[in-house]
Write a protein that binds this ligand. Structure first.
Ligand code: PRP
Ligand code: GUN
Ligand code: MG
Length: 161
């Protein structure tokens, strides 16, 4: 279980998604992108803009069943992508690799790219941008909000005290 957090800001996410797109240019052309919903949607949109790709398909895989890791289930199939030939799959991250393995079984000929990868799942990717330790939980910008943080010294006390 993750014991550390890595907070990713919108700016960092945008930079990393652009870096992913830049690394994908030599792999072009792609017929289209398959975004792994939901986490892959925003990285896929940024990469699609950079790569001039307008055909976007989605695959939705549910791996957790009431907090338990269950058997992965496809609840939305990427029908436009066939067996994945010529397609680029984009997700936000691989952790255990369960989602990536399942998606690859469904789209065996596609190229799999993501922004962040933990050691247990990284071998399932063709490309990732940043490795994250296994014990670290990535907090995406859509997971977080700015919070008031109280000052170190209470304003009831005088500075000179
Ligand atoms: O390698 P794994 O252990 O399978 O974990 C990685 C997956 O987990 C997260 O998705 P999640 O299933 O939480 O759904 P979401 O994208 O809809 O948030 C993340 O977006 C990856 O798709
Ligand atoms: N937000 C988020 N979702 C995950 N799903 C599996 N691992 C992670 C992670 O580190 N962060
Ligand atoms: Mg996901």
């Amino acid at each position: 279980m993750a014991v550390h957090y890595a907070t990713v800001t919108w700016e960092q996410l945008h930079r990393d998604a652009r870096a992913l797109a830049a690394a994908l240019v030599p792999k072009m052309p792609f017929k289209g992108i398959v975004a792994v919903t939901r986490g892959g949607l925003i990285p896929a949109a940024i990469a699609a803009r950079e790569l001039g790709c307008r055909l976007i398909e989605t695959i939705s895989v549910v791996t957790y069943d009431e907090e338990e890791m269950g058997k992965p289930q496809i609840i939305k199939s990427p029908d436009a992508a066939g067996d994945g030939e010529g397609f680029l799959i984009i997700d936000d991250l691989v952790d255990s690799g369960v989602t990536a393995r399942f998606v690859r079984e469904r789209l065996p000929k596609a190229y799999f790219a993501c922004l962040y990868a933990k050691p247990a799942g990284k071998a399932l990717t063709d490309l990732f941008i940043t490795e994250v330790p296994q014990d670290t939980w990535v907090l995406f910008p859509w997971d977080t909000a700015p919070l008031f943080v109280p000052p170190l010294v209470s304003n009831k006390k005088e500075c000179a005290e």
